[in-house]
Design a protein around this ligand. Structure first.
Ligand code: NAP
Length: 280
């Protein structure tokens, strides 16, 4: 590991000044990664390749989570108190929140627990998507607003939201809903007119064009997740002139946030020595 002074001399001086946690170099990091995203997987690869001690945490929402090159735990911690206990019991030195931008409860808990436990926290997030020329987006603040915006005549709607919010759309039962889900539904879907497509990203534009055309989709409902893996539906909608109802991200308390795996490694004091490319 390089010294902190060495890091300040490296290629990202401003970032290091701002982000480097005050941890003695003689104490090797022991990292907890809150995961469940493509970015968390990339971070896990980099941590494993760097030989940094780390554990990857899944909520346990999908039946077969992707294997990670790190020791993995599955399931909630039991709120803030449970996470504080876990951080202490496992002697975690650094907490990395690489959860989905809509996993607001986990992210909020991580901020409070990290503060209580005295463990430095950084969030690895992806920038939000922004509308491009040709996009026909209507932006709404949250899921209830998306449901309200669906009032009116029946349409053929792609709900690309995962399974967590489906029940809310029962308030607009007039539409034909196409649902793209990671796992086959375990419980009945509370929407009278629906079709389930079981598929897991990353998705490509050709596939999503075919999906929208096959189901004659007239409206796409999407969370503003950002990133590459789920953006194909937006490109497909653009090409076909299909409108998108874009749900904004939940607002979180202030926290240190970066978009690059390399920046996380730098924060851990490892970026400069290991030659990790930016944007891994
Ligand atoms: P959430 O509402 O913020 O979290 C609810 C509870 O699930 C948390 O309070 C925590 O339980 C547990 N949890 C969440 N993420 C965890 C993690 N990585 N490790 C251990 N426990 C976790 O989260 P969500 O929206 O249900 O998302 C769950 C997971 O799916 C997240 O890890 C996220 O990265 C991934 N994911 C979410 C979305 C989405 O659209 N929301 C999309 C793709 C992937 P305790 O309070 O008991 O600790």
């Amino acid at each position: 590991m390089v010294s902190h002074a060495g890091l300040r001399d490296s290629s990202m001086p401003d970032l290091h000044h701002k982000l480097l946690p005050r941890v003695s170099p003689k104490h090797a990091p022991n990292v907890l990664v809150l995961g469940g995203t493509t970015e968390a997987g990339a971070l896990a690869q980099a941590l494993a390749a760097s030989g940094i001690r780390a554990c990857y945490s899944y909520a346990g929402r999908v039946q077969t989570p992707r294997p990670q090159p790190l020791p993995t735990r599955v399931g909630g911690f039991g709120g803030v108190a449970g996470l504080v206990r876990y951080l202490a019991d496992e002697r975690i030195t650094h907490l990395i929140d690489a959860t989905h931008p809509f996993a607001a409860r986990m992210s909020a808990n991580a901020i409070v627990a990290a503060r209580q436990a005295g463990v430095p926290l950084i969030a690895l997030t992806r920038p939000a998507w922004t509308a491009q020329a040709g996009d026909r987006w209507q932006t709404v603040a949250d899921m209830p607003s998306a449901v309200a915006a669906l009032g009116g005549a029946p349409r053929r709607v792609l709900l690309a939201l995962g399974r967590m919010h489906l029940a809310e759309f029962a308030a607009q039962p007039q539409h034909h809903y196409v649902l793209r889900l990671v796992d086959p539904p375990a419980a009945p879907i509370p929407l009278p007119d629906h079709h389930v497509v079981v598929d897991r990203g990353p998705f490509d534009v050709a596939g999503d064009l075919a999906l929208l055309q096959r189901h004659r989709i007239e409206l796409v409902v999407s969370k503003n997740a950002g990133g590459e893996g789920a953006s194909a539906k937006l490109a497909a909608a653009r090409q076909l002139g299909v409108p998108v109802l874009m749900v904004q991200r939940p607002v979180l308390p202030a926290r240190t946030e970066v978009h690059e795996v390399a920046a996380v490694l730098a924060w851990l004091g490892h970026g400069a020595t290991l030659g990790v490319a930016r944007g891994v």
